[in-house]
Design a binder for this molecule. Structure first.
Ligand SMILES: Nc1ncnc2c1ncn2[C@@H]1O[C@H](COP(=O)(O)OP(=O)(O)O)[C@@H](O)[C@H]1O
Ligand SMILES: O=P(O)(O)O[C@H]1O[C@H](CO)[C@@H](O[C@H]2O[C@H](CO)[C@@H](O)[C@H](O)[C@H]2O)[C@H](O)[C@H]1O
Length: 456
């Protein structure tokens, strides 16, 4: 059935747009996987930019404020803000095939009575995005650019992924994948910056961006990146669970993954500046970890019994003298961020931990932090299947570190204090992440934190 595009006056006046869209969006946003802070009502919504992509389809950047969970008791509910990228369709009646994309009905303003829907679910929108990316140019404040060495064919069929994601991704004819950033921050997104720099470096472990788009209004923001789709690949998390279910070992794969990680780290060290941190830098890092622990324990009270033991891990980092030079790293490395194509591992998603400020995510850091992220991931996988097989995770840890050492020339296991501190910090991050997004998974990082706190 053809869509019936809305033909009401379409002057993109922020106040009138908001009067129509604000109510339904405030209800819909907190239910989205990529929305930070589930279950917290949006207390304020404002429009940063609105662009008509085609009649009845708006590209929006919205700023939301939401009630912060009270730290102690119900008093004082300060608001915090985030910016999101949305595609909103407006129809008089929603065609049946878009029923699942419904956002709500505008009950006020010039669009009163119109149906709002998530226009990323509409192939007209995803098809148009590819068309724009194929040819550099502008649409209102949006800027579309591409690598002039690439030639992207027209008319590839779009398919929106329904994976558990922090963003939204569209696959085009199994040839390309477009990642559309949902929560955006001012500045170049590392998921464009890093793969681009690595491709210039000749690194073949990371799919290279072929096109991207962003806006310079109200500030420079990366909004989406197109890269080749790796066909027939499986992600590391799926493969690890398959191995556990079948009672198979994963050490050989883990070894190769360690080598791949080291190869990416070596390329990153070439592509971006490095630095050698002094004692004061370790103290600053340990303090930041301590503060994150305290903040998390306020939101996740189950953490409280372990706090004193966990502090010891951070004190170990502060006391430690020289360690690895800092450099750009992946920043959120886990089994879901690696793809195995044939017998080769590739690394994706260089955005870093989505909850951290962009400035912090782009800062040079210890490569041990990435290693710790992957080690935590083996523990996650082992605990996601019954019976729990700690020896599976142990073998993966050793094999991964051995593979890393073979490629990098240094073994992460020879850095016990940083490794423990980074693993602890990562598990604290995971506890907060799970409490916010997947409370059923909270026992996984909590079990690790109990173990790390007991280690003296
Ligand atoms: N280049 C690619 N080729 C094949 N699949 C990919 C590629 N990039 C991402 N994917 C798939 O899309 C999923 C989500 O990608 P990711 O960049 O991790 O998004 P998010 O940050 O939203 O989690 C991945 O788990 C992977 O399955
Ligand atoms: O969405 P992203 O891939 O950027 O990462 C976020 O979500 C991940 C979960 O989807 C989360 O990872 C945690 O769970 C994984 C299993 O689902 C496990 O492999 C990871 O080790 C564990 O950290 C990640 O922390 C979060 O940033």
């Amino acid at each position: 059935m053809a869509n019936t595009a809305l033909t009401r006056p379409s002057g993109l006046n922020a106040a009138s747009l908001l009067s129509s869209l604000g109510g339904p969006l405030r209800e819909w946003l907190p239910r989205q996987r990529w929305f930070a802070g589930k279950g917290r009502p949006v207390t304020n919504l404002s429009l940063l930019s609105a662009t008509e992509l085609y009649p009845g389809c708006l590209h929006l950047l919205v700023h939301t404020e939401r009630a912060r969970l009270p730290a102690r008791g119900p008093s004082g509910m300060p608001a915090t803000g985030d910016c999101y990228q949305l595609f909103v369709g407006l129809e008089e009646t929603l065609p049946a095939h878009l029923g699942h994309a419904l956002i709500g009905r505008a009950d006020e303003g010039p669009w009163a009575g119109a149906v709002l829907y998530d226009a990323l679910q509409d192939r007209r929108t995803t098809g148009l995005l590819l068309e724009r990316l194929r040819r550099p140019g502008a649409a209102g404040p949006l800027r579309f650019e591409c690598d002039t060495r690439s030639s992207i064919p027209a008319g590839l069929t779009p398919r929106l992924l329904d994976a558990e994601q922090s963003n939204s991704s569209v696959v085009y004819g199994d040839a390309y994948i477009l990642k559309i950033f949902r929560r955006v921050q001012a500045g170049m997104n590392p998921d464009l910056e890093v793969p681009w720099a690595l491709s210039r470096q000749g690194c073949t472990r990371v799919p290279a961006p072929v096109a991207w788009y962003g806006t310079s209004q109200p500030q420079d923001v990366t909004l989406g990146v197109l890269q080749p789709f790796v066909q027939g690949a499986a992600d590391g998390w799926t493969l690890a669970l398959q191995s556990l279910t079948a009672g198979r070992d994963f050490a050989e794969e883990a070894y190769e993954l360690g080598r791949a990680t080291a190869e990416v780290h070596l390329s990153l060290a070439e592509a971006f500046p490095r630095d050698t941190p002094g004692r004061s830098e370790h103290e600053r890092l340990a303090k930041a970890m301590d503060e994150r622990l305290d903040a998390t324990a306020r939101t996740v009270p189950q953490l409280a019994p372990y706090v004193p033991g966990l502090r010891a891990a951070f004190a170990g980092l502060a006391a430690r003298g020289a360690t690895r030079p800092v450099q750009r790293i992946h920043g959120d490395l886990h089994l879901g961020q690696v793809l195995r194509a044939g017998d080769r591992w590739l690394v994706i998603d260089f955005e870093g931990e989505p909850a951290r400020p962009l400035k912090e995510r782009r800062r040079p850091q210890s490569p041990v932090r990435d290693v710790a992220g992957m080690l935590r991931s083996f523990d996650y996988a082992a605990r996601a299947r019954r019976p729990w097989r700690p020896e599976w995770a142990r073998r993966c840890r050793d094999a991964y570190c051995a593979g890393y050492a073979a490629q990098a020339g240094w073994d992460p296991r020879d850095e016990p204090e940083p490794l423990r501190a980074y693993e602890t910090d990562r598990a604290v991050y995971e506890a907060l992440y799970e409490a916010k997004h997947r409370p059923g998974w909270l026992p996984v990082p909590l079990a690790a934190l109990a173990r790390l706190a007991a280690r003296r």
